[in-house]
Ligand binder design. Sequence first.
Ligand SMILES: [Zn+2]
Length: 309
Amino acid sequence: MTANDMGGQPLTLMVVHAHPDDECIGTGGTLARYSAEGVRTVLVTATLGDEGEIHDADLTEEEARPRLAAIREGELRRAVAVLGVGELELLGYRDSGMIDTPANADPANFHNADPEEALGRLVRLIRHHRPQVLVTYNEDGGYGHPDHLQCHRVTAAAYDAAGDPARFPEAGPAWEVSKFYATAWSRERWQSLRAEMKERGIPFDEERQGEEPDEAERTATGDEGGAEAEEEWGQPEATITAFVDTSAHWSTAREALRQHRTQPLDFFLRLPDDLAARVYAGDFFVLLRSRVETTRPEDDLFAGLRAAD
Ligand SMILES: [Zn+2]
C-alpha cells in the first residue's frame, strides 16, 4: 500500500458545510493542504446561502437578490477550484437565514428539512465517496446559525447510518467512516491576534461601525461581538484534539475566501499579510467519534489511517 492508500481505498476527506464561504473559514487551509497532498477531498454544501447579504459593489440588492443562489454557487465553484477540492456536492436546500428572521419559517429550508430525507442524501454521498474522515461543526453549530446546527445533527447521524447496511439500503453499500471531527477555533490564538491588531491600531470593524455584526464577524467574534464575548470566543487549546498545520497554504486559503465577493468577509481579507498568514497557519478540530486508535493531540486528520501507521 502507498501512504495514500487504505486497504485499496484512497484516503478521502469529506467536509460538510452549511453555506458557500463556510468552507474557507476554519477548513480552507485543510482542504487546500490535503488536496495538494493527493488526498481526495469532497466538499458538501447544504444550501446556496440565498438569505445572505450582498456586499459586492458591482451588484445591487434589487437586481442580485432573486439570483443570489446562482451568484453564490459561482463564487463557491471558484473557491473550490482555488482550494483544489476534488468534488463539490450540493444538497440543494434553501438557506434558513440568521436565527429569528422570517426566512426561518420557509419549509424548503435546510433547518426545516425532513431529518430522514436530509440524512438519506448525506448517507448516499458518504457511501458513494467513501471518506475515512468526516468533518462538520460541533453540536452548537459553531455559532448557532440554524443551518450550522442542522449540519451537525445530520452529519453526526450519517456517521452512524452510513455504516449500517440496514439503514437506507437503496443508498448504496454500507461504508463505515473511521473518524468524525468538529471544526474548532483556538481561543489563545484569537486573543493573541486581537492583541497584535490592537497594538498596531488595526480596527476590527473599520468600515462597518454601527452596523449589525454579519455572519463573518459573528463567526469571528462569537454571537454578540462585544468585548466580553470576544475574550471568550473560540475554545481553549487544551480542549482541541487536532492541530493541522496549513501554513504552507495560507495564501491559497485567503484567495479562495476572496472568491466570495458578495459576502462581508473584510475582517479576514483586510488583515496585513503577516497576520493573515497567522490566521491561516493552522486549522483546529475536535475528534468527536473514532473507529481507530489515535494519540491526541493529532497533527493529521488521517492519523491512524495511513499505511505506515
Ligand atoms: Zn454559514
